[in-house]
Design a protein around this ligand. Structure first.
Ligand code: HAM
Length: 427
């Protein structure tokens, strides 16, 4: 019988690579903490309508990529393809807009699900670190979240990055731009892909994001959004740009950047890795401001801004830049019973060591000492402790420091063991 394989586009993260994830998560939690963001954990599935209403009917995510199924009660639910919608649903449901602490600054580290063609940096189940700031509207909050994301990248050690930024303006700017796009693309539309034909009337902005027609001649002379921005939208964007300048954050204005989700207004941004190894999936994190979304989901008129960061992509970029986040294997003590008659005493010693807060492993096998020493090495053990007849009878253990090769006879029944471990391994 063939062994069952993992589902296409998903990944097993086993012990040899988990430490990369731990390092990245530690960095993320540290950065979120210093920026005073607090973690939220929302359900992995939501009613499908939530994503249709927020992410938008014209998007690829809703049209093609959602894992949707009916519950036994006949309700349509979807594995979350992104984090913003669930956070906003919870924000409205728990009336967080009425909280005494404003703005609400949230972060999440969660798996997301999208039915896409898997490739390097693109999976069907992937992990996102996301932040959302809800409550206040200021261009400086847009800047602050970009700065936060960049701090994560910086602590990971990524250097080859570019910040792309654009504005989608307010409702009025977008609606006049959409009319202009409708008029502009109509004569070309029959020569464009089926998705663009659908997008033309649903949301012509999406056409600018089309991968199939990216080189279509109609793309060359697309009307410039900046000509359709209201003066208020222009001012908002200029404030974001001058704030970025003041903070010394380099960016590139990218007029064709529209993002793949429908809820954005004003600032949108993507931070890409310039490293070739990141390939076509080079966007490390992307996000922007969303003005009408909370209201659309049944809450009050509250503005928000945030981003989602692909954690797999950060790890790929860090490897490509030679900044591995892997931690070396690390064990304090590897206990080697002389033979099987010493197993139970070895477990007694192990439990004392563990209670003292040190990591410990016991070789509960009859392998040769040579292979036990090899194992101690693979574990990255600092000490081995041998337990034989003399040790059991006289209640001590023979510790060997694997780097200096020094040996120590340590009594295990009084404070000597705690003192020994504290001075030799300690914090
Ligand atoms: P998004 O651009 O769809 O935005 O995704 C954010 C990030 O998730 C991407 O930049 C990428 O790094 C990662 N990502 C997306 N799809 C995949 C995939 N299939 N495999 C691996 N990584 C992937 C959002 O999700 C918005 N919710 C971001 C946001 C938050 N905007 C405002 N607040």
């Amino acid at each position: 019988m063939n062994p069952i394989q993992k589902v296409k586009g998903t990944d097993d993260i086993l012990s040899d690579s988990i430490s990369k994830w731990h390092t990245l998560e530690e960095i993320i939690r540290y950065v979120a903490k210093v920026y005073n963001f607090h973690e939220w954990r929302t359900p992995i599935m939501e009613y499908t309508e939530l994503f249709v209403r927020s992410v938008g009917e014209s998007t690829d995510v809703v049209n093609k990529e959602m894992y949707t199924f009916d519950t036994k009660g006949g309700k349509s639910v979807t594995l979350r393809p992104e984090g913003t919608a669930g956070v906003l649903r919870a924000y409205v449901q728990h009336k967080m807009y009425a909280s005494e602490i404003q703005p609400t600054k949230i972060y999440y580290i969660e798996p997301m699900f999208r039915y896409e063609q898997p490739q390097l940096g693109r999976q069907r189940q992937f992990n996102q670190f996301g932040v959302e700031v809800l409550g206040d509207k200021s261009p400086f909050l847009d800047i602050e979240v970009i700065q936060l994301g960049l701090m994560v990248c910086q602590l990971v050690g990524l250097e080859n990055l570019r910040v792309l930024i654009n504005t989608l303006g307010d409702e009025e700017s977008r609606s006049s731009y959409k009319s202009a796009l409708l008029e502009y693309f109509t004569p070309h539309i029959t020569t464009m892909c089926l998705d663009c034909q659908r997008r033309l009337h649903q949301n012509p902005l999406r056409i600018l994001d089309c991968k199939v027609d990216a080189n279509h001649e109609a793309m060359l002379l697309v009307p410039d959004f900046s000509n359709f921005l209201t003066s208020e939208s222009k001012e908002y964007f200029n404030n974001v740009l001058s704030g970025l300048d003041e903070l010394g954050i380099n960016y590139e204005i990218s007029p064709k950047l529209v993002r793949g989700l429908d809820y954005y207004t004003h600032t949108i941004f993507e931070v890409i890795s310039l490293n070739e190894a990141s390939g076509s999936q080079s966007t490390l994190f992307g996000g922007g401001r969303y003005d009408g979304l909370v209201k659309q989901l049944g809450g009050p008129e509250v503005s928000g801004v945030g981003f989602g960061m692909g954690m797999e992509r950060i790890l790929i970029a860090s490897e490509a830049e030679g900044k591995t986040l892997l931690q070396k294997p690390d064990l304090d003590v590897y206990i080697m019973p002389f033979n099987s008659t010493h197993f139970s005493q070895s477990l007694v010693l192990a439990s004392i060591i563990r209670k003292l807060g040190f990591t410990c492993e016991v070789a509960l096998n009859e392998n040769s000492f040579k292979s036990k020493f090899k194992m101690a090495d693979r574990y990255g053990s600092k000490f081995v402790a041998v337990i034989g007849d003399d040790e059991v009878n006289e209640k001590y253990a023979t510790f060997k420091d694997l780097s200096t090769k020094e040996q120590f006879k340590v009594n295990i029944e009084d404070n000597a063991l705690a003192e020994f471990l504290d001075t030799k391994i300690g914090e």
